[in-house]
Design a protein around this ligand. Structure first.
Ligand code: MN
Length: 235
């Protein structure tokens, strides 16, 4: 059998554990939904009106993924490193132009995640009309728990919460998503051929804020998973 040779080893496949299984969930892409809770959109001074607005997305490189429980260095280039607690949808089946009614067929399962954000750089980019990459595409900035296999299930209601050093900072319910799981799959597949291994971070509720070195983040999505992250010293 012929073997492709590379001048250096190709990048490792990113993956997450799956609860109760020995196989891991191989990562394809990391999609993030912006402003998907009304109260968070308001705290960001960009209120959403669903009758006229459409969902929007950004992506982070798979290499930004880090498993829940890790200790990460405080990242370079920011003085305002924010947590965003999110329900994460794991895609298990390919789909393109999928209707909301058929959206459940793409669901492999769910996880709890953090969309870590250099808020200072994101806001500069937003005001100048520049891409968000420096604010969002951060090494170790896409935190995720194990994947929970819940094939074909649509989560419509679940408490979502986050604490920093034990103090509650975010507390909401995914029933408050502006665009729900079915609507997100239907909309995103108008633009992308979703693939197994695609994760969709569905947006954060209100209460986002900064962490500093030495802080410990804990969080959970009821009925899915519990998450933690320790912020270490800057490199
Ligand atoms: Mn987010």
């Amino acid at each position: 059998m012929s073997q492709t040779n590379y001048v250096f080893p190709p990048p490792a496949v990113q993956s997450l554990p799956i609860r109760g299984k020995s196989e891991r969930y191989a990562i394809n892409r990391l999609f993030f939904v912006g402003r998907n809770y009304y109260a968070h959109a308001i705290e960001m001074d960009r209120p959403v009106d669903k009758t006229v607005d459409k969902p929007f997305y950004f992506l982070k490189a798979p290499q930004t993924l880090v498993e829940s429980g890790a200790t990460i260095p405080y990242p370079p280039g920011t003085q305002n490193y924010h947590y965003e607690m999110e329900l994460v949808l794991a895609v298990g089946k390919a789909g393109f132009r999928v209707s909301a009614e058929q959206a459940h067929e793409l669901v492999y399962g769910y996880a709890a995640g953090l969309d870590m954000t250099r808020r200072d750089l994101q806001l500069v980019a937003r005001e100048k009309g520049r891409p968000w990459d420096l604010g969002k595409d951060i090494e170790n900035g896409s935190v995720c728990t194990e994947i929970v296999h819940m094939p074909g299930q649509i989560i419509e209601q679940a408490a979502i919460a986050l604490e920093v050093n034990g103090e509650t900072k975010q507390s909401s319910n995914v029933e408050k998503l502006i665009w729900n799981i079915r609507e997100l799959i239907a909309d995103l597949t108008q633009f992308y051929h979703l693939q197994p291994g695609d994760l969709i971070y569905t947006g954060t509720p209100e209460g986002v804020g900064a962490v500093v070195a030495g802080d410990r983040i804990t969080g959970r999505v009821e009925g899915v998973a519990e998450l933690s992250l320790n912020i270490g010293a800057a490199e």
